[in-house]
Design a protein around this ligand. Structure first.
Ligand code: PEP
Ligand code: MN
Length: 337
């Protein structure tokens, strides 16, 4: 149920409505927009049958939600969400770029990468400490040691850090070091993990599952939002199709579709989408042109010897060139980068 309040609803009226709903055992999530306040109800809505919502002072209308997702929908919050992390505004007119190696390998490599991407204008540093690998024999990441390297890189460069969480048991540890929790494609429907990150209140970067529909993806975001955490960034990273020329197929149409369906910011990862470094720049440019709020790009100073995803990693010089080219596209569509 979504309850749209009158433009002039007072705080007293809002409190009274919330009290009535909570008395049934349900809870609420409140979205205060520029124009009006909207109250979303969490839980089994049949409990509301005895509450005459539209008779309560301050209520304009009470609407059952037709879509399976509620808190992430534009119906619930017509204005686009801007997530602010250390002064960087994801979802604003400024396109945000997250760059760095696939995985954290050594402190020196990470530091070099962080400095170089910062020079080129990246806003966030990425690096996996817990790596989801298809083979159990591949490099699995440095774990806590990797997180410490990320913390140090942040200290030196000032770049906030994004890193993946794979196991709910590592939530507290990861939160000590990272500014945005990444949920990887393979865990998009790990509902325990989603619930756990929903409880943290930290911004979450939710990657699209390997074969997930937009609806399934938004339902996963709803899991996080239903815990009271609506700081969610959706990341399109390519989906499985019959095509084998690229690692995945980048679904660029998902960006305008999501812009209609949800108020959440949407970014694109052209590195995992293509699997090939020379395809990263053209697709990054296309992503910005089609309305993405940001990019996640793998950058490595020595891709030939990278422990993970070297083939799709840009060298720092190539990343610098790409940032220049992106600037022109951003300007053409009235945004900055
Ligand atoms: C990653 O970003 O390092 C990663 C593993 O991506 P994905 O979950 O999209 O495969
Ligand atoms: Mn990778």
């Amino acid at each position: 149920m979504i309850i749209v309040l009158k433009k002039d609803a007072t705080q007293e009226e809002i409190d009274h409505i919330v009290e009535k709903i909570e008395a049934t055992g349900l809870s609420v999530l409140i979205s205060k927009g520029k124009e009006r306040t909207i109250i979303g109800v969490i839980g089994d809505e049949s409990l509301l049958e005895t509450v005459p919502l539209e008779a309560l002072p301050g209520v304009e209308k009470a609407m059952p939600v037709l879509k399976p997702y509620k808190f992430v929908s534009r119906e619930f919050k017509p204005e686009s969400t801007i997530i602010e992390v250390e002064g960087r505004k994801i979802g604003s007119e400024q396109i945000q770029v997250i760059a760095g190696p696939c995985s954290v390998e050594t402190q020196a490599l990470l530091m070099n990468c962080a400095e170089r991407v910062k020079e080129s204008g990246a806003n966030f540093l990425r690096g996996g400490a817990f790596k989801p690998r298809t083979s159990p024999y591949s490099f699995q990441g440095l774990g806590e040691e990797g997180l410490k390297y990320l913390g140090k890189a942040k200290e030196e460069t000032g770049l906030p850090v994004v890193s993946e969480l794979m196991d709910p048991r590592d939530t507290e540890l990861l939160c000590e070091y990272v500014d945005i929790i990444q949920i990887g494609a393979r865990n998009m429907q790990n509902f325990r993990l989603l619930t756990e990150v929903g409880k943290t209140g930290k911004p979450v970067l939710l990657k699209r599952g390997l074969a997930a529909t937009v609806k399934e993806w938004l339902m996963s975001a709803e899991y996080i939002a239903s815990q009271g955490n609506t700081s969610i960034i959706l990341c399109e990273r390519g989906i499985r199709t019959f095509e084998t020329a690229t690692r995945n197929t980048l679904d660029l149409s998902a960006i305008p579709v999501l812009k209609e369906e949800t108020h959440l910011p949407v970014i694109v990862d052209p590195s995992h989408a293509t699997g090939k470094w020379d395809l990263v720049a053209p697709l990054a440019k296309a992503a910005v042109a089609v309305g993405a709020d940001g990019l996640m790009i793998e950058v490595h100073s020595d891709p030939e010897n990278a422990l993970c995803d070297g083939a799709q990693s840009l060298k720092p010089d190539k990343f610098a060139d790409l940032m220049e080219e992106l600037r022109a596209i951003a300007t053409a569509i009235g945004r900055t980068i």
